[in-house]
Design a protein around this ligand. Structure first.
Ligand code: KG4
Ligand code: ZN
Length: 335
């Protein structure tokens, strides 16, 4: 029997709703991005994000239902992101999901946003099944996760300070490229030399899978300050390419190392940063060299969307894990 799930996502600056069938078939995927609103501030302003989610959420949910040709009566469950993310932003999606669930008597599923990013790959690759090692690299998270089963996760490594996407956004701001930084750095880096400046790639003795991106960020800023103080000009494309290389290389090496340590034969990429072409290329080469099969989602499924939340919700519902009306948002939720 076919199962229909409505997904709702509002953890950061995208208000999104989607309807998916049997976990992997997308019937609709509506995303209302607030990028144009936040870019004039150089990043996401939490209060403005919450207000815009409130303005958009009903329309986005209606749009997702209409596009799918379904109604509330057809739904088997509503899956909503309840963390991690911006608390005020999360509360909008959670409140909407709880209201619909109560009014229509539809089961509610609480989804961890990081789980959602991983699940984006099940939609993009209908043949993909756990176990695999997944790199989740986004604006808020940089995790290496061993996905043992659909609902069984082991965190192998995580960032000890900034997330990879956060570093992209910060360096883009320093170079005057605007928000969000990732796609802008990627574009500029294509015209630069990745070996022009050697920026640090941090390794830890106690956990070789952990990351640190605040060092590379500071190194880029210091490098630019020194040049400015000396009155020397710099090639922004070379800086972008060298910075991107340092981040991409460390993400690739740690993830491949983790996959080998776990004896995994599949490596999966997830999160906004996995839309990066240089990252994909670096992983393509490393996967081929190490006889690993590589999976990553289409760019629209890499960044925040509700189809991935509905997919994660489907597997949670399969396990009988439902939420009730006491569900609350959890800004610092762990996987
Ligand atoms: O997954 P996502 O939409 O939101 C979070 O859960 O954080 O990721 C957004 C992040 C931003 O930091 C953005 O700069 C980064 O993903 N990003 C990229 C690219 N596209 C988005 N980073 C590098 N290259 C890209 N092409
Ligand atoms: Zn995300």
């Amino acid at each position: 029997m076919s199962k229909l799930i409505l997904g709702i996502e509002s953890s950061c600056d995208e208000t999104a709703a989607a309807v998916i069938e049997n976990g992997r078939t997308v019937l609709s995927n509506v995303i209302s991005s607030q990028i144009d609103i936040h870019k004039k501030y150089g990043g996401v302003v939490p209060e403005i994000a919450s207000r815009n989610h409130i303005l958009n959420i009903s329309q986005v949910i209606d749009g997702a239902l209409k596009e799918s040709g379904k109604t509330f009566d057809d739904l088997d469950a509503i899956a909503v992101t309840y963390g991690p993310g911006l608390i005020g932003a999360l509360l909008v999606g959670v409140s909407a999901a709880k209201a619909i669930s109560a009014a229509r008597n539809i089961p509610l599923v609480a989804v961890n946003h990081i789980h959602g990013h991983i699940a984006a790959n099940y939609i993009a690759h209908p043949d993909l099944e756990p176990p695999f090692v997944c790199l989740v690299a986004s604006g808020g998270h940089s995790h290496i996760v061993y996905v043992k089963d659909y609902m069984d996760f082991e965190i192998l490594g995580r960032t000890r300070d900034d997330a990879a996407g956060e570093a992209f956004d910060k360096i883009a701001r320093v170079l005057g490229l605007g928000y969000p930084g990732g796609p802008k750095i990627e574009k500029l880096a294509k015209e630069g030399k990745s070996g022009a400046v050697k920026f640090p790639q941090v390794e830890f003795d106690d956990n070789c899978f952990d990351f640190s991106f605040s060092g590379v960020k500071t190194a880029v800023i210091n490098h630019l300050h020194k040049l400015e103080q000396r009155g020397e000009s710099y090639n922004a494309a070379d800086i972008a390419a060298s910075f991107q290389y340092a981040v991409v290389n460390v993400l690739t090496e740690h993830t491949i190392c983790a996959a080998k340590a776990k004896g995994a034969d599949k490596v999966v990429l997830a999160g906004g940063v996995s839309a990066n072409g240089a990252l994909r290329q670096s992983f393509e080469q490393a996967a081929e060299k190490n006889a690993l099969k590589l999976y990553y989602p289409t760019p629209i499924l890499c960044t925040d969307n509700a189809a991935m939340i509905a997919c994660a919700g489907y597997y949670k519902a399969q396990k009988g894990e439902f939420a009730d009306s006491t569900l609350n948002a959890a800004a610092n939720l762990k996987l």
